[in-house]
Design a protein around this ligand. Structure first.
Ligand SMILES: [Zn+2]
Length: 249
């Protein structure tokens, strides 16, 4: 059976043109990518994410206010409306980012965690340098599931986050032997919580613009590090993605 992949985090709305996006999605399909999670970041791009989810059956949408855009106003009602219009949508990309600390960031994050809890939607979380605060807020939240996208926390923290129901998504940085802490974190994640991502079209560590097809290389790198057959890890992470998004059979 050919391998099936799921790209757990990307931003298809950021491709330069429809032609580029079409080519990237064709390449992804040829590589076996059967699903992907396309994350909105601000009210400006939610309509585009919704449109792409309607156009491409493999695209699962997420709507959320990214911590970099905390200065937005009047977004909460609009976010509720998008979540209502698309019952399969996750809440994301949301989170905390100490590197770009902006007023309102934490309040916005807490509001969106509450919304995800109320609508019973999985949350896609970005966290940079705010792990203690993140943990406190997640302990108070009541989410059906959450994912730490591009996980950059410590291996030690994995256990606590996993106990709260967390999934952990890793990208192409895994291929870099210098990323020892990241590789140790990968090894610490319970196998049934592992996810992989490209953050396409963001350029990968090699500077080349990524497409969702690149998730196959991420899975291959992780399989090598974990000492697992590539096919097993592809299957496992695909099943994990289905569980995360609530598509469990
Ligand atoms: Zn992102």
């Amino acid at each position: 059976m050919p391998q099936a992949y799921f790209d757990a985090h990307d931003h298809l709305q950021n491709f330069g043109s429809d032609a580029e996006l079409d080519a990237a999605l064709r390449a992804a399909e040829a590589a076996g990518v059967q699903g992907l999670l396309c994350c909105g970041t601000a009210p400006d791009d939610w309509a585009r994410v919704l449109e792409l989810a309607g156009r491409y059956p493999s695209v699962r949408p997420a709507f959320g206010l990214h911590p970099w855009f905390s200065a937005e106003e009047g977004w909460l009602e609009k976010l509720e409306e998008f979540l209502r219009r698309m019952p399969s949508a996750c809440v994301g990309e949301i989170g905390l980012d100490a590197a770009k600390g902006l007023p309102g960031q934490e309040e916005n994050f807490a509001l969106q965690l509450a919304l995800a809890g109320r609508f019973r939607r999985p949350a896609v979380i970005h966290c940079v340098g705010s792990w203690g605060r993140l943990l406190e807020l997640l302990k108070k939240a009541d989410l059906p599931a959450f994912m730490l996208h591009g996980y950059g926390g410590s291996p030690e923290l994995v256990r606590e986050l996993a106990a709260l129901g967390g999934y952990f998504s890793f990208g192409g940085e895994l291929a870099d032997p210098k990323r020892e802490k990241l590789r140790a974190a990968l090894a610490a994640v319970p196998r049934d919580r592992l996810l992989f991502e490209t953050e396409a079209p963001e350029p990968g560590p090699d500077g080349r613009s990524a497409g969702p097809a690149d998730v196959a290389a991420v899975v291959a790198a992780a399989a090598g590090l974990l000492g697992l057959p590539e096919q097993s890890l592809a299957d496992l992470s695909f099943e994990n993605a289905k569980k995360f998004t609530g598509e469990t059979t």
